[in-house]
Write a protein of this length. Structure first.
Length: 213
């Protein structure tokens, strides 16, 4: 076993020697290897673990910023904002603007009416797209802090499952320093969701609610 571990360490050291400091596209290889991945620093400043194969074969040339820049540049020529060709990214952005600034919008009272705003940078679609990137299929914009504003530090592309767990009336429990939604505690412990919900709403501690007394 020790011999195998030593062999793996030697392989990693060899990888470092081969790749360290080399530049591939916008990526510069750093002296950190995890299995088949190398930590790279992009010209934009981001650091990311990337498969060696993708780097050496030219499949990956940036942390993803290059693609986002291409998309942003395409706004003027490929119709992100043309009504008949509105992209999912543009629809998400337009929805944010509407529900935070338009008092006639049906959702305004839950957003702008509660004091939730859009940061100054995101009042321009190109900046929003540059920060958020392409929207994955089936995802929509989600605020990490449901009482916070729409800004890069507080937003992610999220699927419906994640969003349902981030509603204002959701219950999160912390046990041994780990904070999870009660649905996740139910999946981990095997205790029914309704049981945990009943216990916690009737004054039981987080641990008692999840694992019983």
């Amino acid at each position: 076993m020790q011999e195998a571990i030593n062999s793996l360490i030697a392989m990693k050291e060899k990888d470092k020697a081969v790749f360290i400091g080399k530049k591939y596209g916008r990526l510069q290889c750093l002296p950190f290897v995890v299995k088949w991945k190398i930590l790279c620093r992009c010209d934009c400043g981001n650091e990311k673990l990337i498969y060696r194969y993708d780097i050496t074969r030219g499949h990956t040339k940036s942390c993803g910023c290059f693609r986002n820049e291409q998309v942003a540049a395409a706004i003027q020529t490929h119709g992100h904002s043309k009504r008949r060709q509105r992209s999912g990214e543009y629809e998400s952005w337009a929805g944010i603007i509407q529900r935070t600034t338009n008092e006639e919008n049906s959702e305004y009272r839950n957003y702008g009416g509660r004091g939730i705003a859009v940061c100054e940078r995101w009042k321009t679609f190109a900046n929003f797209l540059d920060d958020m990137g392409i929207r994955p299929k089936g995802f929509s914009i989600e605020r990490i802090d449901v009482n916070g504003n729409y800004e890069k530090a507080n937003c992610v592309w999220a699927n419906a499952k994640t969003q349902s767990r981030n509603k204002r009336d959701s219950i999160w429990l912390t046990i041994d320093g780990r904070t999870l939604h009660i649905k996740e505690w139910s999946e981990i412990s095997g205790t029914k969701y309704d049981t945990i919900h009943h216990r916690v709403t009737h004054g039981n501690s987080a641990r008692e609610s999840v694992f019983g007394k």
